[in-house]
Design a protein. Sequence first.
Length: 252
Amino acid sequence: MTLYEEFREFEFLCLLNFYGKPISKKRILEIGSSRGDLLFKIRNMGVDITGVEIEENETTAKLQGIVYYDGKRLPFNDNSFDIILSSNVLEHIDNLNEFELEIRRVLRPDAVVLHVLPTHMWRFWTMLIHYFALPRRIVFRMSRFNAKVTNTAAKDMLKKTNYTTIREVFHLLSAALVYPRHGVRGNRFTELYYFHPTWWKRHFVQSGYKKVEVLTIPLFYTDHTLLPWLTLKHRKLLSFLGSATACYKMEK
């Protein structure tokens, strides 16, 4: 199991504890199943779970148990699920208010929604550590850029110094100054606001959910592989610096 998989495993256990009830007889929908890691883990527990993923963003073969759709209307009937959950997904959804209506539509009465989302502290430490990891990132980006110009056509493109080349260089320089935006709201700086639990809690209340609760997950990590020797145990201890993710629980 990779360190990244350990993060997700720990977050999932926190999610289950936060829910606080057996899930064996519940019908569950996972939003944004990707490779199906969480989906298949829950299914192996003998739970009825279905996943959804946007078809145009799915580059791998379609996986059994995941429904691929257009990202707008969930392909399920009204009042279909007891639990809807997601892990690090909502920050990437553009039409979030409309999507919340779809989530509420397919929820059964008294159903529960569970989301794991990155926090403002994850964003803060990711921005800060970015500068320590910058030399390695520049080397990596330059190697990828150089790989594009190994053939004659690409070399001719560089000689002409066209718009694509200028854009590549500008993107490299801007990424060096400030860590790129992670989600779809705000910019590189205002994500500190949009990732804050206060913003998310207000959003969920405005979306019509009841009894919105927040649990910060005691785990410290950033969007870097700097310091890979820090184990899961170390990262739990370092969570006093700021939890990377928080879990949100609410009722329809």
